[in-house]
Design a protein around this ligand. Structure first.
Ligand SMILES: Nc1nc2c(c(=O)[nH]1)N[C@H]1C(S)=C(S)[C@@H](COP(=O)(O)OP(=O)(O)OC[C@H]3O[C@@H](n4cnc5c(=O)[nH]c(N)nc54)[C@H](O)[C@@H]3O)O[C@H]1N2
Ligand SMILES: Nc1nc2c(c(=O)[nH]1)N[C@H]1C(S)=C(S)[C@@H](COP(=O)(O)OP(=O)(O)OC[C@H]3O[C@@H](n4cnc5c(=O)[nH]c(N)nc54)[C@H](O)[C@@H]3O)O[C@H]1N2
Ligand SMILES: [Mo]
Length: 761
C-alpha cells in the first residue's frame, strides 16, 4: 500500500523495544518529554496516582517502574501540554468538527472552560460555572426524575461515584447506567448465581501459587499489560498457560519485559501460552463443555480420582444435573460449535486435571455474547469440578476494564435498586429513595430513541460512540431536551447536541486537586477487589477546571431542594468526609475507610467465595447447565455468506480514545480501517489482500447498517469469523443484539456480510 499504511506480520514479542519506543514517542507528541517521566515514576505508587488506564491490580510493594506501555500512553494523554480552548470552539462549528477523526478530536488537548452550545451558530461558547449549574438544575426540575439518565464511565473515583449515585437518587431516579453495562455486567449477573459474589476471587498473590492458568477471550498484551509480569513469572516456573481465543494475540504468545534490562539486552523473551486453542467466536460454552465432559467421563471410567468429590459434596449444588448434561452432549456437536477437535479439548482437560490450583481468567471474549452470562457460568462450572475456587493459587478472574469500574458498582452506581442499601440511605439522608429499577445502557439507548428519556448527564465516557446502533442514536440525540457532558477531552458524543447542551471540563486523576482544606486524594477499587488511594501530582490543565466532586456538588445543589443532611460543600472541601459518609452507608465494605486507605497497598473488599462461604440461594456454589452450546444462537450462520464479526481494541487505543494508528502486535500501521479475514474465507469469498470492502448488517431485521472503506488483511482466524476495530464498527451492532440476561451488547459476534468495493490498487 502506498499511503503510509503498512500491514505486515509482527514477528516480535509483546513488550520489548517497541514498547519503550512507543512510550517515548507519545511523551514527545504530547509535549511532556520533560517532566513526563518523573510523573510516570509516581504511577501506581503508594504516594502517587492510580493509573487511569486499566483496572489490573497494583501490587502493595510496587516495582520501580509500576507502569506499562499503555498506562504510560494514558498518562501522557491526560498530562498533555495541548489545550482545546474557547478560541478553538469559536473557530469550529460542531458540524465541522463531526468531520474530524476520533483521534484528532482528543489529540487537540485538554478542555479548559465550561461551554454551552449555541444553536444559532452551532458553536460552543464559554459560560460561567454558576450559570451552567443553574440552567441545568432548572431544566432537570422541569422533567420527571425518570426522564433523566445519569451515566458514568468507569474512571470516576469512589468519592465522585458515591456523590453521583446519591445525586441521582435524591433527584428521584435509579437511572444509573455505567460503562460496565457494556462490559462485565455478564459477570455481575453470572457470578452471584454461581458462587455468590459479583466479582472475581483471585488476588495478585494467587498467581505465585497457581500451577495452571486458563485464558478465555482477554488480551493482556494490549489491555492489561502489567498482568504480563505475573504471567511471565508463572511461565518461568513452568506453569502451563492454556488460551482460548479466535485470534492469535501476541501478548498471549510471547513477552519481553521492557523493564528488565538483562532481558532487553539478551532478547530472552518468555513464552506465555503452552496451548493455544483457536475457538470460534461464541464457541466457549462448547469448548468448556468439551473439557468438562472429558473430565467427568474420565472420572466415571476410573471410579473417581479426577474430580474433587469432597469439594463437590460439601460445597456445591447441581452437580448431578450438570454431569448428566455433559455426558449427554455429543462430541460431534461440541466439535462443531467450538471449532476445536476433541483431542485438543482433551489435552486441555488433562492439563487441568493434573493441576492443583487453577486460575481461570477472562475478558470481553466471554461477556460480549448473547449468552455471555452462560459463558461465565461455564467457566465457573469448570473450576468447581476440582474445587478451584476459594483456595490459594486458584479462582475465577474477570479482568475488568476501566480503572474504577468495579468500585463504582461497589459504591452505588447501579440501576438495580436491590444492590443498594436504600433503607440505610433513606435514614442517613432523610429522604425516600426511588425503589423501581432504573435503565441500564441498552435500555437508556432505547428510551432515548423512543423519546421517553429527555435528559442525559454523563460523568465521563463517550456514550454515543461506545454503544451499539450508532446511527439511530445519532439521529435521536438532538431530540433530547438536555445533554450534559463532564469530560477531560473532546469526543464525538460532545458534538451531537441536545436542545440544551453543556460541556463541563474536569480535572483528571493525575492532577493536583486543591480544595479549601488542601490537596485532596481519592480512591479506586481494582479488578481483584483491592481498594487503593490515589493522589494527583501534576499541575491542573487550566485554572477554570473543577474536580468531579465539585461539579457534582454544583449540579446537585442547583437541582435539589435544600437538605441539611447532605453537606455537599463540606464534602468538596474535604474528601475524607465523603469517605466517612460512604463508610456509614456501606459499613461491611468501607468501615474505617480513611484509616484503612492509609495502609500500604490499601485494603481488600470482602469476597465471601474466597473463604468458601457461598452467598447464593442454595447456600452452596452452583453448577449451572447452559441452555445450549452456542453463545450467539441468533446469528444466522446457516444463511449464505453470513460472518461473525468480532469488534476489538487495537494496541493504540483506550476504548473510544484513539492514541494512534499502530496496532503493533497485529502488524497494522497507519490505519484502523481494516478487516481481518482468514485465508480460507478470502478464497471462499473471492477477496484479495488490501481490497476495499463494505461490511453490511446480516441481522435480518430489515435495518440497513454499513461500514465502508475497510481493507482486507489476511489473518489467522477460524473460518467464518472476521474481526475489525471498535468503535468504528459499532454502527453494525443492532441494539437488540445483546446478552440475554445482562444486556451487554454482543459485540464479539455481530452478524455481517462482506461486500467487495472493487479490486485492490
Ligand atoms: N490499552 C487498553 N487497555 C484497556 C482498554 C483499551 O481499550 N485499551 N479497555 C479497557 C476496558 S473498558 C476493558 S473492558 C478491557 C477489555 O479488554 P479485553 O477483555 O482484552 O477486550 P477486547 O480487546 O475487546 O477482546 C478480548 C479478546 O477476546 C477475544 N475474543 C473475541 N471473541 C471471542 C470469543 O468468542 N471467545 C474467546 N475465547 N475469545 C474471544 C479477542 O480476540 C480478544 O483477544 O480492557 C481495558 N483496558
Ligand atoms: N463494538 C464494541 N463496543 C464496545 C466495546 C467493544 O468491545 N466493542 N467495549 C465496551 C466497553 S467494555 C466499554 S467499558 C465501553 C466504554 O465506554 P465509555 O466508558 O463511555 O468510553 P471511553 O472511550 O472509555 O470514554 C472516553 C472519554 O472519557 C472522558 N474522560 C477521560 N478521563 C476522564 C476523567 O477523568 N473524567 C471525566 N469526567 N471524563 C474523562 C474523555 O472525554 C474521553 O473522551 O465501550 C463499550 N463498547
Ligand atoms: Mo470495559
Amino acid at each position: 500500500m502506498s499511503d503510509g499504511t503498512r500491514i505486515e506480520p509482527y514477528e516480535g514479542p509483546a513488550g520489548g523495544w517497541g514498547s519503550l519506543k512507543s512510550v517515548e514517542g507519545i511523551l514527545h507528541r504530547e509535549g511532556r518529554l520533560v517532566g513526563g517521566n518523573a510523573i510516570l515514576m509516581k504511577q501506581n505508587k503508594p504516594d502517587g496516582f492510580g493509573c487511569v488506564s486499566c483496572a489490573w491490580e497494583k501490587p502493595a510493594v510496587p516495582h520501580t517502574f509500576e507502569y506499562c506501555e499503555n498506562g504510560a500512553k494514558a498518562t501522557a494523554w491526560e498530562i498533555t501540554s495541548k489545550r482545546t480552548t474557547a478560541d478553538f470552539f469559536a473557530a469550529h462549528s460542531l458540524a465541522e468538527l463531526r468531520g474530524w477523526r476520533d483521534h484528532d478530536l482528543e489529540a487537540h488537548g485538554r478542555l479548559t472552560q465550561p461551554m454551552r452550545w449555541d444553536p444559532e451558530t452551532d458553536k460552543y461558547r464559554p459560560v460561567s460555572w454558576d450559570d451552567a449549574f443553574q440552567e441545568i438544575g432548572a431544566e432537570l426540575r422541569r422533567l420527571e426524575p425518570d426522564q433523566a439518565v445519569f451515566y458514568v464511565s468507569g474512571r470516576a473515583s469512589l468519592e465522585a461515584s458515591y456523590m453521583w449515585g446519591l445525586f441521582a437518587r435524591l433527584h428521584g431516579t435509579n437511572n444509573l447506567p455505567d460503562s460496565s453495562n457494556m462490559c462485565h455486567e455478564s459477570t455481575s449477573v453470572a457470578l452471584p448465581e454461581s458462587i455468590g459474589v459479583a466479582v472475581g476471587t483471585v488476588s495478585l498473590d494467587d498467581f505465585h501459587h497457581s500451577d495452571c492458568i486458563f485464558f478465555f477471550g482477554q488480551n493482556p498484551g494490549s489491555n492489561s499489560p502489567r498482568m504480563l509480569h505475573p504471567l511471565q513469572e508463572a511461565s518461568k516456573r513452568g506453569v502451563p498457560i492454556i488460551t482460548f481465543n479466535p485470534l492469535h494475540e501476541r501478548g498471549l504468545e510471547r513477552f519481553l519485559n521492557p523493564q528488565a534490562p538483562l532481558e532487553m539486552l539478551t532478547g530472552s523473551e518468555t513464552r506465555i501460552s503452552t496451548q493455544y486453542h483457536q475457538v470460534k467466536a461464541g464457541g466457549d460454552i462448547a469448548a468448556i463443555m468439551g473439557m468438562c465432559k472429558a473430565l467427568i467421563e474420565a472420572d466415571d471410567a476410573k471410579g473417581g480420582g479426577v474430580l474433587d468429590h469432597d469439594f463437590i459434596a460439601q460445597h456445591t449444588s447441581g452437580f448431578e444435573d450438570f454431569a448428566r448434561a455433559a455426558r449427554d452432549t455429543e462430541w460431534a456437536e461440541i466439535e462443531q460449535e467450538s471449532g476445536l477437535t476433541r483431542k485438543a479439548m482433551e489435552a486441555a482437560a488433562r492439563c487441568y486435571a493434573q493441576s492443583k490450583a487453577v486460575i481461570g481468567i477472562y475478558g470481553m471474549g466471554l461477556t460480549q455474547h448473547r449468552r455471555g452470562v452462560e459463558n461465565v457460568q461455564m467457566l465457573a462450572n469448570l473450576l468447581l469440578l476440582r474445587g478451584n475456587i476459594g483456595k490459594p493459587g486458584a479462582g475465577i478472574c474477570p479482568v475488568r476494564g476501566h480503572s474504577n469500574v468495579q468500585g463504582q458498582r461497589t459504591i452505588g452506581i447501579t440501576e438495580k435498586p436491590e444492590l443498594v442499601p436504600l433503607d440505610r440511605l433513606a435514614e442517613q439522608y432523610n429522604f425516600q429513595p426511588p425503589r423501581s429499577t432504573g435503565l441500564n445502557t441498552v435500555e437508556a439507548c432505547q428510551a432515548i430513541i423512543d423519546g421517553s428519556v429527555r435528559a442525559f448527564l454523563a460523568l465521563g465516557g463517550n456514550f454515543i460512540r461506545a454503544v451499539p446502533e450508532t446511527q439511530a442514536m445519532e439521529d435521536a440525540w438532538p431530540r433530547l431536551r438536555l445533554s450534559v457532558q463532564i469530560a477531560t477531552k473532546l469526543n464525538r458524543s460532545h458534538l451531537i447536541p441536545g436542545e440544551v447542551t453543556y460541556l463541563l471540563p474536569c480535572l483528571g486523576r493525575i492532577e493536583i486537586d486543591r480544595q479549601s482544606t488542601g490537596a485532596q486524594g481519592v480512591s479506586i477499587e481494582d479488578s481483584n477487589g483491592q481498594i487503593h488511594p490515589s493522589r494527583g501530582i501534576a499541575e491542573p490543565a487550566g485554572p477554570h477546571l473543577r474536580s468531579e466532586p465539585a461539579i457534582i456538588a454544583g449540579l446537585a445543589k442547583a437541582t435539589l431542594p435544600m437538605n441539611a443532611r447532605v453537606p455537599w460543600d463540606e464534602w468538596v472541601a474535604d474528601y475524607s468526609r465523603i469517605r466517612d459518609a460512604a463508610a456509614e452507608t456501606y459499613p461491611d465494605i468501607f468501615v474505617d475507610f480513611n484509616a484503612r486507605l492509609r495502609q500500604p497497598g490499601g485494603f481488600p473488599r470482602p469476597r465471601a467465595a474466597r473463604e468458601r462461604v457461598w452467598k447464593t440461594s442454595t447456600g452452596k456454589a452452583n453448577f449451572i447447565s447452559p441452555a445450549g452450546l452456542r453463545a450467539d444462537p441468533d446469528v444466522p450462520l446457516d444463511r449464505e455468506g453470513v460472518l461473525q464479526l468480532i469488534t476489538l481494541r487495537s494496541n493504540d487505543q483506550f476504548n473510544t480514545t484513539v492514541y494512534g494508528y499502530e496496532d503493533r502486535f497485529r502488524g497494522v500501521s497507519g490505519t484502523r480501517d481494516v478487516v481481518f479475514v482468514s485465508r480460507n474465507d478470502m478464497v471462499r469469498l473471492g477477496l484479495e489482500e488490501g481490497q476495499a470492502v463494505t461490511l453490511a448488517s446480516a441481522a435480518g431485521d430489515g435495518k440497513e447498517r454499513q461500514v465502508s472503506g475497510l481493507r482486507v488483511v489476511a489473518y489467522d482466524l477460524p473460518d467464518g469469523c472476521i474481526a475489525a476495530y471498535y468503535p468504528e464498527c459499532n454502527r453494525l451492532i443492532p441494539l437488540w443484539h445483546h446478552a440475554e440476561r445482562s444486556k451487554v451488547p454482543a459485540a464479539k459476534s455481530v452478524p455481517v456480510h462482506i461486500q467487495p468495493e472493487g479490486r485492490a490498487a
